[in-house]
Design a protein around this ligand. Structure first.
Ligand code: ATP
Ligand code: MG
Length: 243
């Protein structure tokens, strides 16, 4: 039992949820260490949505709204932490939701699809094929799903697949707290923010932005700027850490 007045309450509840999902097989054991790396970077960022992250979230919304075939790719950690937020974003953006896993088994895919469906998402499932140019199981996807996507949102992505998707000519939006990861560097647009803070902001922007705002955001999108701002925020916090 985690006391509600614990100063790290939110973080502890999140860990408990992930551990519980790992015991059930929804989250891969390796997913727990990936979460730990995310937490470390979130600490350095001050566990808040920075100004540049908010700009990235609005730009992501503009990209999803301008897409012909937007897809949201979901893995175990994302389903465990944010299935309701994924369902809400799907409603606001009209994107297709598809499961894609590094540690892939049919059983895990089915469990994650069930969690998403229960949370209100309309999951694109069915026969998957080995369609992406990758030697690992993130290659499996659906021909009418992420294989055909023009814009794809990849929360907590692996750098290899991010690169492969971008190499296929897709616009890739990553959510990754580590601005130095291969994913962050290879994506078209990187949101350096925590998943459960980022998704509601994208959803809000999908309905809240005017067409003029969206056009401006699309024409000024600059991933190098967003990453350098995230690194600047971290550096600034570190340099004042003992003030
Ligand atoms: P890459 O493959 O891109 O080089 P990596 O191998 O270091 O990255 P992965 O294990 O592939 O990392 O992916 C996990 C990434 O997800 C980490 O960079 C981590 O910072 C990020 N991450 C984990 N949990 C969250 C979260 N809740 N919100 C946002 N980002 C997260
Ligand atoms: Mg990786």
């Amino acid at each position: 039992m985690i006391p509600a007045d614990h100063p790290r309450y939110r973080s502890l509840v999140t860990r408990e949820r992930l551990a519980d999902c790992a015991r059930k097989g929804v989250v891969a054991m390796e997913g727990l260490t990936a979460h730990g790396r995310g937490e470390a970077f979130d600490y350095l960022l001050g566990e808040r949505t920075t100004t540049s992250a908010l700009l990235a979230e609005k730009t992501a919304a503009a990209m999803l709204m301008a897409a012909h075939h937007p897809v949201i790719s979901v893995n175990g950690n994302t389903a465990a932490l944010a299935s309701r937020e994924i369902a809400a974003l799907q409603k606001a953006s009209g994107a297709l939701v598809e499961v894609n896993l590094f540690h892939r088994t049919e059983e895990r895919v089915a469990m994650i699809e069930k969690i998403l469906t229960r949370a209100g998402a309309d999951v694109f499932s069915g026969e998957a094929e080995r369609l992406l140019p990758l030697s690992h199981d993130r290659a499996w996807c659906r021909r009418q799903g992420m294989f055909s996507a023009d814009v794809i949102l990849v929360p907590l992505e692996d750098g290899d697949r991010c690169g492969a998707l971008a190499g296929m000519g897709k616009q890739v939006i990553a959510i990754d707290l580590n601005p130095l990861s291969r994913t962050a560097q290879r994506a078209t647009l990187t949101i350096v923010d925590e998943l459960t803070r980022a998704l509601p902001e994208i959803t809000r922007a999908c309905t809240g932005l005017s067409e003029t705002d969206r056009t401006r955001l699309l024409s000024t999108a600059d991933n190098h700027y967003l990453l350098s701002e995230a690194i600047r925020e971290i550096t600034l916090r570190l340099s004042h850490a003992l003030d």
